[in-house]
Write a protein that binds this ligand. Structure first.
Ligand code: NMX
Ligand code: MLT
Length: 439
C-alpha cells in the first residue's frame, strides 16, 4: 500500500489543476459582501479563505472532509483495527485530513511508525525546556519548545538553499510530519516538568495517542480511548478559528511550519479560544468551593446563582457561546456520550450536565450571546478529571497537540497549491465615514 507522501504526491497535479479551473471559471464572481458591522466586528462570517480539510455548519457543526463525528466513529480505523472497535485513532484522522481518503489500518500503522521514528527532540530543546521555571504557563512552555525545534526545519533550509517553489510542498510535508511527531514529546515534557520529576517514559509499541498517554504518565485503557477521541475532535474547525487562521496567515509569508504553528499555539492560548477549557474547570472548582464552604449543594439553583454572579461581574461563562455555531457543539455531544458510556455516575459529570440543563436559558435571559449552547471546551475537562488528570492549567496543551493535525494539514495544501501571501485590506474610521459621505 502507498505511503502518505506517495498518495499526496499523486493527488497534487489534479488538485493544482482544479484550483486553476476554479479561478478561471469563478474568479470574478462574488461569494460575499462585507458590511461595516463585519469590518468592526471581527470579520464574523466573511467568506474569504480557502480551507479544504473541514467545513463548519452553524447548526450541524463540523464535518471533517465531509464526515460528521459520528460518521468518523463508524469508518475510521481504531487502535484494535476495525472501525467501531473503539475510538478512531488520530493517525487515521490525519490521513483523512491530508488526503480526503479513509485510510486502511495498514496505512495508519505505517504512519504511526513514521511518527515514532521522527519524534526525538534535539538536545538543546530539552535543556532549554528543563531550564524554564515550573511557574511558566504550560502553553508558554509548549510554544517555546516548538519554537526551539525550528532549528530542524527542512523547509527553512530548502528556502535558504534556493529551491524552486514547485517543490515547497515536499519540504513543507517533511516539517509537518516532524511537527506532528514532536508535539507529544514537547507536550509530555511540559507536563512531567511542571507537575512531576521531568522523567518521560515511552511505549512505541502503541499508537501515537497511546504512546502520548504513557509519556504523560497515564496508563489506563479508558484514558487511552478518551485521548484518541480528544485528539480527533479538537483537530480542525474550518479555517476561520483563531489558531487555524493564525497558522495559515503566518505560513502565507513562507515562514516554515514550525514558526507558523507556534503562532497558532499562541492564539489558542487566549481565554476566548482554547484556554477556555482550563477556565471551565476553574469555574466549576470555584463554584464547588463556594457552595461547599457555605454548606450548600451544587444543584440547578446554586449553579444559576453562580452563573448570574459571573455575568454581573462582567465576565463570560467559559465553554458557552460560539462565533459560528448556533446549536450545541457536536464535539460537546460526543464527549457527553463518552461520559454517559464510561462514567455515568461521576459527580463532576453530573455538575457539567446540570450546568447544561440551566445555562442556555440563563444566557438567553441575559440576552447578549448569539449562541447560548455549550462548545467543545465545556466538556473536555471533566472527562480528563475523571481519570485523575486534574492539572487544568495544562488542558489547552492537549488541544494544541490536536489542533496541529488540522491546521498543518491545510498548511500542506497551502504550499502545494501555491496559495499567496494573505493580506486583507484595512480601513480607518475616517475612511468609512468619507466612503458614505453624502449617501
Ligand atoms: N458568557 C457571557 N457572555 C457571552 C458569552 C458567554 N459565554 N458568549 C458571548 N457573550 C457575549 C459577548 O461577550 C458579547 O458581549 P458584548 O456585546 O458585551 O461584547 C455578546 O455576547 C455577543 O457575542 P457573540 O456574538 O454571541 O459571540 P462572539 O462571536 O463575539 O464570541 C466567543 C464567541 C466564543 C468568544 C464567546 O461566546 C465567548 O466568549 N464564550 C466564552 C469563552 C469560550 O467558551 N471560548 C471557547 C470557544 C471555543 N474554542 O475552543 O475556541
Ligand atoms: C475551535 O475549535 O477553533 C473553536 O470552536 C473556535 C472556532 O471555531 O471559532
Amino acid at each position: 500500500s502507498s505511503t502518505l507522501k506517495e498518495v499526496l504526491a499523486a493527488q497534487l497535479p489534479a488538485k493544482q489543476a482544479e484550483l486553476k479551473a476554479l479561478k478561471q471559471e469563478f474568479g470574478s464572481m462574488k461569494i460575499d459582501e462585507v458590511s461595516v458591522d463585519q469590518c468592526l466586528g471581527g470579520a464574523r462570517s466573511v467568506k474569504c479563505m480557502l480551507w479544504e480539510t473541514s467545513l463548519l455548519d452553524a447548526n450541524e457543526g463540523i464535518r471533517f472532509r465531509g464526515h460528521t463525528i459520528p460518521e468518523l466513529q463508524e469508518v475510521l480505523p481504531t487502535f484494535k483495527g476495525p472501525a467501531s472497535a473503539g475510538e478512531p485513532i488520530p493517525e487515521a484522522l490525519t490521513w483523512l485530513l491530508l488526503t480526503g481518503e479513509i485510510p486502511t489500518k495498514a496505512q495508519c500503522d505505517g504512519l504511526t511508525a513514521e511518527l515514532h521514528a521522527r519524534s526525538a527532540l534535539p538536545e538543546h530543546v530539552v535543556s532549554m525546556m528543563n531550564a524554564l521555571p515550573k511557574s511558566t504557563h504550560p502553553m508558554t512552555q509548549f510554544a517555546l519548545g516548538l519554537q526551539a525545534c525550528q532549528t530542524e526545519s527542512k523547509f527553512a533550509q530548502a528556502y535558504q538553499d534556493g529551491v524552486h517553489k514547485s517543490t515547497y510542498w515536499e519540504h513543507a510535508y517533511e516539517d509537518i510530519i516532524d511537527v506532528f511527531a514532536k508535539l507529544p514529546e514537547i507536550a509530555a515534557l511540559v507536563y512531567r516538568n511542571t507537575y512531576f520529576d521531568g522523567v518521560v517514559k515511552r511505549d512505541r509499541t502503541l499508537d501515537y495517542s497511546g504512546n502520548f498517554c504513557r509519556m504523560l504518565g497515564m496508563d489506563d485503557p479508558g484514558f487511552d480511548e478518551l485521548m484518541r477521541l480528544y485528539l480527533v475532535i479538537h483537530s480542525d474547525h474550518e479555517g476561520g478559528n483563531a489558531s487555524a487562521h493564525t497558522t495559515h496567515l503566518v505560513g502565507s509569508t513562507l515562514a516554515d511550519p514550525y514558526l507558523s504553528y507556534v503562532a497558532g499555539l499562541n492564539s489558542l492560548a487566549g481565554p476566548l479560544h482554547g484556554l477556555a477549557n482550563q477556565e471551565v474547570l476553574r469555574w466549576i472548582q470555584e463554584l464547588k468551593a463556594k457552595f461547599d464552604a457555605e454548606g450548600k449543594e451544587v444543584n440547578e439553583q446554586t449553579i444559576t446563582e453562580f452563573a448570574w454572579d459571573t455575568l454581573k461581574a462582567g465576565k463570560v461563562i467559559p465553554g458557552y457561546g460560539h462565533a459560528v455555531l448556533r446549536q450545541t457543539d457536536p464535539r460537546y455531544t460526543c464527549q457527553r456520550e463518552f461520559a454517559n458510556k464510561h462514567m455515568p455516575d461521576d459527580p463532576l459529570f453530573k455538575v457539567v450536565d446540570t450546568i447544561y440543563a440551566v445555562m442556555p436559558s440563563i444566557l438567553t435571559e441575559h440576552g447578549k450571546t448569539k449562541n447560548p449552547y455549550p462548545n467543545v471546551d465545556s466538556h473536555s475537562g471533566v472527562l480528563l478529571w475523571h481519570y485523575g488528570f486534574t492539572q487544568y492549567n495544562y488542558y489547552t496543551v492537549l488541544f494544541g497537540v490536536s489542533r496541529a493535525l488540522g491546521a498543518l494539514s491545510q498548511l500542506f495544501w497551502d504550499r502545494a497549491l501555491g496559495l499567496p501571501l494573505e493580506r486583507p485590506k484595512s480601513v480607518t474610521s475616517a475612511w468609512i465615514r468619507n466612503h458614505f459621505a453624502g449617501s
